[in-house]
Write a protein that binds this ligand. Structure first.
Ligand code: SF4
Ligand code: MG
Length: 273
């Protein structure tokens, strides 16, 4: 942790965190806090909301306005918060199971509305906290507690899903690419609309162990060796791209934001009364 960030943004009495040794989540959280610090917001301007899962422990460590909600419902709570106080910078921290399975419906509708919420998914390809069940991002053929012979479901591409549903800012980074996480989160927060940032994490305890991915160092090396930035990918041949996955800023557009549109309706209503 960069000197000063812990003192400034973390709840001392909640530390040390209880993520497993080698878990990628701490790197991602540090990168998010760095983005907020670099944007220079007052702590009271930020509200961080989570659901349930290993990733969703994050707000409990942070000294912003924070809310730890129920499984899959972080975006529903965050929508209420944003509607009640559009001036808040609302950030949702969620996991792949929380966001794309249990909360999948909330995700597509928050994106469709283009409500000004920055959603950051800690994608560890499995349900970590609840014991290693396969999730909508567990790759086909990989194992989980509930898929001991291999998952037969096709996995979601979360960024494609969010973009198709209407998100106006979409990007992906990994726990290895900490600086990129900070850049994407800064841009996501500054986007006036629904921003979706997937951060590929590492879970050596469940996903790694069940799928013989080696230790945390091996898993981080996999991210380093197999992620390719979309800018570099544009000038790469098919052979170099084979088996790789893309990171970087994928999509941005300017479209009407939900709370702005809602407030216009409220103004019309009040004038006509
Ligand atoms: Fe991290 Fe996995 Fe441990 Fe959860 S179970 S804290 S995701 S390593
Ligand atoms: Mg998960």
């Amino acid at each position: 942790m960069v000197s000063g960030l812990i003192e400034k943004y973390f709840r001392y009495n909640r530390l040390p965190h209880i993520w497993c040794p080698g878990c990628g989540h701490g790197i991602i959280l540090r990168s998010i806090v760095k983005a907020i610090d670099e944007l220079g917001y007052n702590k009271d301007e930020i509200c961080v909301v989570s659901g349930i899962g290993c990733s969703s422990r994050a707000p409990g460590y942070l000294d912003f306005n924070t809310l730890h909600t129920t499984h899959g419902r972080a975006l529903a709570f965050a929508t209420g918060i944003k509607m009640a106080n559009p001036n808040l910078k609302v950030i949702v921290i969620t996991g792949d199971g929380d966001c794309a399975a249990i909360g999948g419906n909330h995700l597509i509708h928050a994106a469709r509305r283009n409500i000004d919420i920055t959603t950051i998914v800690f994608n560890n390809n499995i349900y970590g906290m609840t014991g290693g069940q396969y999730s909508p991002t567990t790759p086909k053929g990989e194992k989980g507690t509930t898929a001991p012979y291999g998952n037969i479901d096709k996995n979601f591409d979360l960024c494609e899903l969010a973009k198709a549903a209407g998100a106006t800012y979409v990007g992906r980074a990994t726990a290895y690419h900490a600086k990129l996480i900070t850049e994407l989160v800064k841009s996501g927060i500054q986007n006036k609309g629904f921003s979706f940032i997937e951060t590929v994490s590492v879970c050596p305890t469940y996903y790694g162990r069940k799928n013989k991915k080696g230790d945390a160092v091996n898993m981080m090396k996999f991210l380093k060796d197999n992620a390719i930035n979309i800018k570099a990918a544009k000038s790469s041949d098919a052979e170099r791209l084979n088996g790789k996955f893309l990171i970087g800023e994928f999509y941005k557009s300017i479209e009407p934001e939900y709370t702005d549109e809602y407030n216009k309706i409220i103004n019309i209503f009040q004038k006509e009364r």
